[in-house]
Design a protein around this ligand. Structure first.
Ligand SMILES: Cc1ncc(COP(=O)(O)O)c(C=O)c1O
Length: 446
């Protein structure tokens, strides 16, 4: 080893120990990534992986797409930073493009760099338009981010240390399509939950509710979907009570579900839509789309130094154009159908698979120890994740959220069919192995 390599290795080891976000002494399981292309990533030992996480479901367009990289380099040469009191050409072009592909009626757009800050922007817009409001409503098992406010808008954080600085959100129950309340079908659970939500919003609050925010499919909370009836029912309640409906599409937007927006897929009519992740083509970018009828922000309401970071915006412009030009919504829909079909077939052979979820490439399986009791197979899910990673496929897991028993298959939307097939083959193999040791009981498919 040369001196430079020795110094580098020592710096990496020290770096692992001092990172504030790691357990003391470092996380030995964490890979150090050195390269990414499309749906592949490589670690520092040169090992190649198929990345079925798209890096926190953000690389909807595969990693390091040359069009995005060129746009970012070109922007870097011209101007890297412009504070929000100035425009840049890419900012104006991306604003125009996003409004042109937004669900009907969303004809204003604001930018920031993180999904959490975009959710906060949406909440500010709601309160700016309803200054007398006393509440904002969220759903059980929601995830809206990790800023102090958006943590409060998400599921109760385990061992929450931040409460002193957090607002109280009105947490509303949600229906559960896989585990409906005892004695109810999924449809009946949805009807009942809509009635409870209406009761809480009319009789359970002091003062007006400014907004209700929810994810069309709850991502980090466990890939919990909703029926079309739920989405329409919530729209009706919001209309009746004058509540702004904010749809958080940070995870579901930009083609992930096989449509540009999950709102298009389910026919949801948001007043405000929050986007993030896939919009930046791998660069930090997020924002909101809103109906014109809402009063815009006043100067100073929502200005962050790097909120419209030109390099992110230029990368985002190239990424959104590429998602459209490459027909990635259709690719996601077709890949999703293929993956779902294969997983359903695996479900007939693997008792661990309790449920298969989609649409598009928002794919996951829920692992259970028993299909009747639906007991979450949490340790088994982690074993599947670890074995697959050893074999060169990184799946998403839900270690910190929901029931902790999901395996997520959410690669870039332009993954090749071969890579997707290989990833699913590996999943099949490791499920067989984990089932051998776990001794899972079989049960009827529900
Ligand atoms: C639905 C949803 N909203 C908001 C966020 C927060 O985004 P960020 O991590 O970019 O702040 C996330 C991130 O996972 C998300 O899934």
């Amino acid at each position: 080893m040369t001196d430079t390599l020795i110094h580098q290795a020592q710096a990496h080891a020290r770096g692992r120990e001092v990172l504030l976000h790691e357990p003391a002494g470092g996380d030995p399981d964490k890979l150090t990534l050195v390269k990414a292309r499309g749906s592949l990533v490589w670690d520092e030992a040169g090992k190649e992986y198929i990345d079925c996480t798209a890096q926190a479901w953000s690389n909807n367009l595969g990693a390091n797409d040359p069009r995005v990289i060129e746009a970012a380099i070109e922007q870097t040469r011209r101007i890297t930073h412009a504070r929000p009191t100035f425009h840049t050409p890419a900012l104006l072009e991306l604003a125009e493009l996003l409004v042109s592909i937004a669900p009907d009626g969303l004809d204003r757009v604001g930018f920031t760099l993180h999904g959490s800050m975009a959710v906060e922007m949406a909440l500010k817009l709601a309160l700016r338009n309803r200054p007398d409001a006393r509440h904002v409503a969220v759903l059980h098992d929601a995830y809206h981010g990790r800023s102090i406010t958006t943590m409060a808008a998400s599921w109760p954080h385990p061992g929450n240390a931040f409460g002193v600085l957090q607002p109280q959100f009105l947490r509303l129950p949600r229906p559960d399509l896989y585990r409906p309340r005892p004695g109810l079908t999924a449809d009946q659970d949805t009807e009942m939950t809509l009635r409870i939500v209406r009761d809480i919003l009319t009789k359970g609050t002091e003062g007006p509710v400014a907004a209700l925010i929810y994810e069309p499919i709850q991502g980090n909370g466990g890939h919990n979907g909703f029926s079309a009836r739920w989405h329409h029912g919530i729209r009706e309640i919001c209309d009746e009570l004058g509540i702004m409906l904010i749809i958080d599409e940070v995870q579901t937007g930009l083609g992930r579900t096989g449509s540009m927006w999950a709102s298009d897929h389910y026919g949801i009519e948001p007043d405000v839509l929050v986007f993030g992740k896939g919009v930046g083509g791998g660069f930090p970018l997020a924002g909101v789309l809103a109906k014109n009828r809402f009063a815009a922000f006043l100067p100073g309401d929502d200005q962050l130094t790097f909120g419209q970071f030109p390099i992110s915006v230029a990368a985002g412009l190239a990424a959104v154009r590429a998602i459209i030009d490459d027909g990635l919504c259709d690719r996601a829909a077709a890949h999703g159908e293929y993956a779902t079909e294969r997983l359903r077939e695996m479900q007939t052979r693997h008792p661990l698979i309790g449920d298969v979820r989609s649409p598009g490439l928002m794919v996951s399986i829920e692992l259970v120890r028993d299909r009747v009791t639906k007991e979450p197979a949490t340790t088994e899910a982690h074993a599947v994740f670890e074995l697959a990673q050893e074999r060169g496929v990184i799946f998403g897991e839900s270690r910190y959220a929901g029931l902790g028993n999901l395996i997520k298959v959410k690669p870039p939307l332009d993954i090749s069919r071969d890579h997707l097939a290989t990833a699913l083959d590996v999943l099949d193999e490791v499920l067989t192995e984990v089932e051998k040791t776990a001794g899972t009981r079989t049960g009827e498919l529900s």
